[in-house]
Design a protein around this ligand. Structure first.
Ligand code: NAD
Ligand code: UDP
Length: 312
């Protein structure tokens, strides 16, 4: 049994990770300030003797004896991370410093949930880990993109300077049950709109692309990455490389829901990446043959069923 701290554990990805770690017999501390996450996401875990829920903000130091830390605390959807951009940067940067300081002190291994946003609006396609990215440092997405880039820098520097045992994964668009219905990300937005019979809001012409990963595939990769040998720090891309246009996604969701919703077009937000697709060769090699197992149609069915239950 390992003692594991999950920051951002009451969020969408964090709640699935906590559940899986508990099922594997670990002792899990879920730390969250409930900015975008909530207790409902983990209410089924409360009462498990090996589960603790802590209200705390990662911008302040936190001390606990643990073996592993998964650092997920950070709002992930554009509307939420742009709500208070200064706080978003603080969460990424000070959160990283505090979790790295803790890892150094208690000799824990620490994994950073980084993002494909470190590649910005990429000029190389698909994106391999060696690509340095094309990021606007002063735009509306910068608080998130640059905060996550700085966190990666801190992780590598704590590793090189202080020998902290680190792991970095770059997560590409992930979806699934427990996304917040008002989260603003495209999969949850379109499903909620389709179920409510509202207009499906495509930003721009809908020809921009994303590659969508189901949450269970991500959690599997996170746990495999955490348990790789000490010499492999990453960064490693984790995502599903099958690419869709946003228009294709909208059409699929309308069909699967059986909705009468109409597609409307709204202005494309500033710095919205035109294309995104991970090169996952490194993940396949280093994570024991890991690959995504749940393709979009199957994952959308599961997610639509979840929203059908919760929106009742
Ligand atoms: P989410 O918003 O559902 O979860 C983030 C969690 O962090 C929430 O529970 C929130 O309350 C908590 N949090 C935010 N600021 C905090 C703070 N200062 N102190 C403590 N807790 C705080 O988003 P998610 O999709 O579950 O993302 C989890 C992590 O994965 C994030 O770090 C995100 O950047 C990263 N990521 C996610 C995706 C994706 O597509 N889901 C893609 C790339 C990276
Ligand atoms: N998007 C959209 N309609 C929405 C929400 C998002 O067309 O209601 C688009 C958005 O402009 C982007 C893509 O879908 O091109 C993915 O957006 P999301 O916020 O989910 O993730 P990110 O842009 O961070 O990859």
């Amino acid at each position: 049994m390992k003692r594991i701290l999950v920051t951002g554990g009451a969020g969408f990805v964090g709640s699935h990770l906590c559940e899986r770690l508990l099922n594997e017999g670990n002792d899990v501390i879920c730390l969250d300030n409930y900015f975008t996450g909530n207790k409902n996401n983990v209410k089924h875990l409360i009462g498990n003797i090996n589960f603790e829920l802590v209200r705390h903000d990662v911008t302040s130091p936190y001390f606990v004896e643990v073996d592993q830390i998964y650092n997920l605390a950070c709002p992930a959807s554009p509307i939420h991370y742009q709500y208070n951009p200064i706080k978003t940067t603080k969460t990424s940067v000070m959160g990283a410093i505090n979790m790295l300081g803790l890892a150094k002190r208690v000799k824990a291994r620490v994994l950073q949930a980084s993002t494909s946003e470190v590649y910005g609006n990429p000029t190389i396609h698909p994106q391999p880990e060696e690509y340095w990215g094309n990021v606007n440092p002063i735009g509306i997405r910068s608080c998130y993109d640059e905060g996550k880039r700085c966190a990666e820098t801190l992780f590598m520097d704590y590793h090189m300077q202080n020998d902290v045992d680190i792991k970095i994964i770059r997560i590409f668009n992930t979806y699934g049950p427990r996304m917040h219905p008002n989260d603003g990300r495209v999969v949850s937005n379109f499903i909620v709109q389709a179920l409510r019979g509202e207009d499906i809001t495509i930003f721009g012409d809908g020809n921009q692309t994303r590659s969508f990963q189901y949450v269970d595939d991500l959690v599997e990769a996170m746990i495999r990455m955490m348990n790789t040998g000490k010499d492999f720090t990453g960064p490693v891309n984790v995502g599903n490389p099958v690419e869709f246009t946003i228009l294709e996604l909208a059409e699929k969701i309308i069909k699967f829901v059986g909705s009468n919703s109409k597609i409307i077009h709204l202005p494309l937000p500033q710095d919205d990446p035109i294309q995104r697709k991970p090169d996952i060769s490194l993940a396949k090699e280093k994570l024991n043959g890991w690959k995504p197992n749940i393709q979009l149609d199957e994952g959308l069915e599961k997610t639509i069923n979840y929203f059908k239950q919760t929106l009742k």
